[in-house]
Write a new protein. Structure first.
Length: 317
C-alpha cells in the first residue's frame, strides 16, 4: 500500500479509541470546528466506565454499605436479617455504569458532528487506516486504544479458566471461594468486594508488599485491612501451576521454598495490564515496543502528526 501523503483527507483528526483519552479529545476537537472521526472496536466510553473504575467503585460502595450494616451493633444500633439480593445488586451496578456513560454514548458524539466508526482499526500507512472494508485518511491521528489484562504464563491456567477485572465487574453472582493472582490496586479492591459478599478470598502476590508501586507502609496498611476482613494474603509467593475445571480448581504456589495448594471455584488474574498496540503501528513509522508507544511531553509520537494518550504509552496504567 502506498505510504505517500494524500492530497486530501477524510478527517482533520481521526481518533482510535473512545475512552478517557479519545472520547474527551473528540469532543474538544469538534468544539473547535474540526472534522473528527472516532473509531471504537468495543463499547463506547472505553475501559473505565464500562469495565473497571465505575463497576468497581459501585460494587465497593455496596460492599461498604453492607459492612456498615453488619457492624451497626457496635454503634448501639440494631439491625437484623442482614443480607443482599444478587440481582438487585447487579441492577444497581448497571444503573451506575449507564449514568456514568451519559456523555460517551453515540448520540453525544454524533450530535457534535463526530463520525463514530465501529470496528477494528488497522494502519495501512502513516496517513490511512482501514476499518473493515473501508479506508479513512486524516491530517492527524490520536492513538488512545488503552490496555488489556496481562495474563501470566502459568501452567494449566488457560485450561482451568479464569476471570479478569472485565468479567469481575459484570458478574451476576459472586463466587464462594476465589484466588486472586496479583496484589495491585485491582486485586486489593476486588478482594474487599468478594470478601464483603461472603467469598473466601486468597490473594497471591509475588512481591513482599501489596501495592508494591507505593511506599511499603501503604502496602502494610492494605494487608492489615484485608486480613481484618478475613482475606488471606500470601506475599513473596509465586503461582506455579493451576489445575481443575470450571467448577473446581487447585492453585499451587511457592513461598519461602515450600509449595502450597489452595482449592477454589474461581481464579481472578489481576497481575497488571499491557498496552493495546496490535493495529498496524509498524506501518506508521512511529517508535513503539511491547511497553507502549513513545511520546514526548506533548503526547506526540516520533511522527509529528500522530499523537498518543493513555495506557497505550505505558507507565502506570
Amino acid at each position: 500500500y502506498s505510504t505517500k501523503k494524500p492530497n486530501t483527507f477524510d478527517f482533520d483528526l481521526l481518533i482510535i479509541g473512545s475512552g478517557a483519552g479519545g472520547g474527551v479529545a473528540a469532543h474538544l476537537a469538534a468544539g473547535y470546528g474540526k472534522k473528527v472521526g472516532l473509531v471504537e472496536a468495543d463499547v463506547l466510553g472505553g475501559d473505565c466506565p464500562n469495565y473497571s473504575c465505575i463497576p468497581t467503585k459501585s460494587l465497593l460502595s455496596a460492599a461498604n454499605a453492607l459492612d456498615s450494616m453488619k457492624s451497626a451493633s457496635k454503634h448501639g444500633l440494631r439491625a437484623s436479617n442482614i443480607s443482599y439480593n444478587a440481582s438487585s445488586l447487579t441492577s444497581w451496578r448497571d444503573s451506575v455504569i449507564a449514568a456514568a456513560n451519559g456523555s460517551q454514548n453515540q448520540n453525544a458524539f454524533t450530535s457534535e458532528g463526530i463520525k463514530v466508526i465501529r470496528g477494528n482499526a488497522h494502519f495501512l500507512s502513516p496517513w490511512v487506516i482501514s476499518v473493515g472494508n473501508h479506508r479513512y485518511s486524516a491530517r492527524k491521528f490520536l492513538l488512545a486504544t488503552g490496555s488489556s489484562p496481562a495474563i501470566p504464563a502459568i501452567e494449566g491456567l488457560q485450561e482451568a479458566g479464569y476471570i479478569t477485572y472485565k468479567e469481575a465487574g459484570a458478574l451476576k453472582a459472586f463466587p464462594k471461594s476465589i484466588v486472586i493472582i496479583g496484589g495491585g490496586g485491582t486485586a486489593y479492591e476486588y478482594s474487599q468486594i468478594f470478601s464483603a459478599f461472603g467469598a473466601r478470598v486468597h490473594v497471591i502476590e509475588r512481591h513482599t508488599h501489596l501495592l508494591h508501586n507505593e511506599d511499603s507502609e501503604v502496602g502494610d496498611l492494605a494487608e492489615a485491612s484485608l486480613q481484618a476482613s478475613g482475606v488471606r494474603v500470601h506475599l513473596g509467593a509465586k503461582v506455579v501451576k493451576v489445575s481443575g475445571d470450571k467448577k473446581h480448581k487447585i492453585v499451587a504456589f511457592e513461598q519461602n521454598g515450600q509449595e502450597h495448594r489452595i482449592a477454589c471455584d474461581t481464579i481472578m488474574v489481576a497481575s497488571g495490564k499491557k498496552p493495546n498496540i496490535d493495529f498496524g503501528l509498524e506501518n506508521t513509522g512511529i517508535k513503539f515496543s511491547n511497553l507502549g508507544v513513545r511520546v514526548n511531553s506533548s503526547m506526540q509520537t516520533t511522527k509529528k502528526h500522530i499523537f498518543a494518550a493513555g495506557d497505550i504509552i505505558g507507565g502506570d496504567q
